[in-house]
Design a protein around this ligand. Structure first.
Ligand SMILES: CC(C)(COP(=O)(O)OP(=O)(O)OC[C@H]1O[C@@H](n2cnc3c(N)ncnc32)[C@H](O)[C@@H]1OP(=O)(O)O)[C@@H](O)C(=O)NCCC(=O)NCCS
Length: 206
């Protein structure tokens, strides 16, 4: 039997990013059925429950294949599943994208930005990725705002998932520079911040 990857759990000021499990199927099914959550996705109709279960299993396979994937996002205070965030491999372009989706009840509190920032940090610091993109429907203003708050730069308009999308990008050095100059606001109490900045001075082959 092949060894299963141990998917890491990451903690931010207000969130826990933990592995998705099959037990999340029902809650995620409900979230994806909320009005407007999939509005700007290539398939905006809420998926049936079994497709959600397969999606979760697919994500666990994605972690195995690439060393990253979507995490389940839950508040530290309530520990309920509220959405996903993380990194995803785009096979058509061999890019890595950062992404996020939350239950409507949690919109407008800065949580997607907080989860995505931790995802970027994981990609750049832990995985040593050179660049990460964000792909968004042009009319998805909330998502574009999150991407801008992350400090990512607009690159171009391109076809992804059969849709016209805006592509944004960020390189590792830009992430590190912005982290140092505090253009990226780290969540309060973010444990690894100082460690990251210290290690960046020489300990890592950036
Ligand atoms: C996109 C999404 C994850 C944002 O989550 P969130 O936790 O509300 O995001 P944040 O609170 O971190 O930031 C949202 C920002 O967008 C702004 N915003 C929200 N709606 C907006 C709109 N219609 N026009 C312009 N700005 C908008 C907010 O004011 C906030 O910016 P601010 O901090 O400068 O005030 C959430 O709306 C969602 O889950 N949408 C459905 C799934 C989705 O589209 N995912 C992205 C796929 S690319």
């Amino acid at each position: 039997m092949t060894a299963k990857m141990e998917i890491p759990t990451v903690t931010t000021a207000r969130l826990i990013l933990r592995p998705l499990t099959e037990a999340d199927t029902q809650t995620l099914h409900c979230i994806l059925g909320e009005r407007g959550v999939l509005r700007y996705f290539p398939h905006p109709d809420p998926p049936p429950r079994d497709k959600v279960r397969k999606f979760i299993l697919g994500q666990l396979g994605h972690w195995e294949d690439h060393g990253y994937g979507w995490w389940a996002v839950q508040p530290r205070s309530t520990k309920e599943l509220i959405g996903w965030s993380g990194l995803q491999f785009l096979p058509e372009t061999a890019e890595t994208e950062v992404g996020f989706l939350l239950s409507r009840r949690y919109w407008g509190k800065g949580l997607a930005t907080e989860a995505a920032r931790a995802s970027l940090r994981y990609g750049f610091e832990e995985l040593g990725l050179g660049s990460i993109v964000a792909i968004v429907h042009p009319e998805n203003r909330a998502s574009r705002r999150v991407i801008e708050k992350l400090g990512m730069s607009f690159v171009d308009q391109a076809q992804y998932f059969g849709m016209d999308c805006y592509r944004y990008s960020m390189g590792r050095s830009s992430f590190r520079t912005k982290a140092k100059t505090a253009e990226i606001a780290w969540p309060e109490g973010y444990a690894q911040k100082q460690d990251f900045l210290e290690r960046g001075k020489g300990g890592r082959p950036y």
